[in-house]
Design a protein around this ligand. Structure first.
Ligand code: FNR
Length: 375
């Protein structure tokens, strides 16, 4: 039997990938500040990172106005945003690549200054993020997180409907599929985990009830796209944004078994060793491996991310722990990452100070290999 490698093809839903170097979803906060629509600079960035038969998962995009917690994040709920994304998709398709959009609601990881009418952010329950973690207001003042407002049971259907409408919008924009952001301590995870979900209705209490919000969103999105073009991202054992389930195994085993029944395009993990990678250099030691623990339960394509190098990615695929590896930080600084990994070329280091916000610098000005030498 042929052992798969990072550069062997992979079928994801209806799409045949030519390699398994996936671009991870990466918030870069460079959308148009007024319309929160992607702009030509964003299309250029994604186009630079597209490869024939390669998969890009575009950055997390709020499905509704209350889903924001950061400036300059592109949304997917207005006509201007759909048009902006169309240009991004065209740039990726022009190079023969595939692109999924990540659908997002931050829940309590926000501040009232980002919320419609200055309202409190919403969550599963009124549980604030630890005061040790700080956030920033819309006018860039460092502040503790506020205590969010718990969604009334009657409001939950509206949020699910916003995910469904966003899925329709992504289809209109020409994406190849969508990924539901159920990771990193955002709204869906706030429902999943017992620390942030103290509800007593059908969305709280038992594991089945806490998983209901994710399952209803997933079913709504599948109703738009068909299951084989929908992925779900989870971060069991993650601690980003003050998240974390005391005993993740029963919760996530249930979630993954429930998702198995839908026949999704893929499941996508963030390995706990890199939880919070967007904020600082994180490489937790002696933490469990999501892919190793949950691979035996998941029946479909598995993508995972978190601190991989070309070598460790090859090893994970060869060992059968995952089918594809998503790369975040080194895809930021190496627009030609798949080629560099295949050829064994050196990688350009990334500059963390330009991850979030700004213009071309640290975004579209990273060279492809050999470009500097040729200049
Ligand atoms: C991220 N990450 C992330 N994850 C996600 O699901 N949606 C997102 O929008 C973002 N945004 C984001 C921005 C930045 C600047 C970083 C560094 C990270 C997490 C990312 O997808 C990935 O899982 C981690 O970065 C770990 O992979 P690497 O960077 O170790 O390859």
């Amino acid at each position: 039997m042929n052992c798969p490698s990072l550069f062997s093809p992979l079928q994801i839903g209806p799409y045949r990938l030519e390699h398994r170097v996936v671009m991870a979803p990466l918030t870069r906060m460079r959308a148009d500040r007024a319309s929160l629509a992607p702009r030509p600079l964003n299309a250029e960035y994604y186009g630079q990172r597209a490869t024939s038969g390669g998969l890009i998962i575009a950055e997390a995009s709020p499905v509704m106005a209350s889903g924001y917690g950061n400036p300059g994040v592109p949304g997917i709920y207005s006509d201007a945003q759909i048009r902006g994304w169309q240009e991004v998709v065209e740039a990726v398709h022009a190079k023969g690549g595939f692109i999924f959009l990540q659908l997002w609601h931050v829940g309590r990881v926000s501040h009232s200054s980002f919320q419609p009418g200055g309202a409190l952010p919403i969550s599963a329950s009124a549980v604030a993020i630890s005061p040790e973690l700080k956030t920033m207001t819309a006018d860039r003042k460092v502040t503790p997180y506020e205590t969010p407002r718990a969604l009334a049971t009657s409001e939950i259907a509206d949020v699910i409907e916003s995910f469904r409408q966003a899925a329709i919008n992504a289809l209109k924009a020409g994406f190849d599929g969508v990924e539901i952001h159920g990771a990193n301590g955002y709204l869906i995870e706030q429902f999943l985990q017992s620390r942030t979900n103290l509800r007593t209705d059908q969305y709280g209490g038992s594991i089945e009830n806490r998983a209901r919000f994710l399952m209803e969103i997933t079913q709504a999105v599948v109703g738009v796209w068909g299951a084989n073009r929908v992925g779900v991202r989870l971060s069991p054992y993650g601690i980003a944004n003050d998240s974390g389930e005391a005993d993740p195994m029963p919760l996530y085993s249930h979630v993954i078994r429930s998702l198995n029944l839908l026949g999704l395009a893929y499941l996508h993990f963030i390995e706990p060793r890199s939880s919070g990678a967007g904020r600082a250099e994180v490489n937790h030691q002696n933490v469990p491996s999501a892919m190793v623990l949950f691979r035996p339960i998941w029946r479909g394509v598995l993508i995972t991310a978190g601190g991989f190098t070309g070598e460790s990615a090859e090893a994970a695929i060869a060992a059968g722990h995952a089918d594809a590896i998503a790369f975040g930080r080194i895809f930021i600084s190496n627009p030609d990452l798949p080629r560099r990994l295949r050829e064994g070329w050196p990688l350009t280091p990334y500059n963390r100070s330009t991850f979030y916000g700004g213009e071309e610098s640290g975004y579209t000005d990273y060279p492809v290999y050999g470009e500097l030498e040729r200049a």
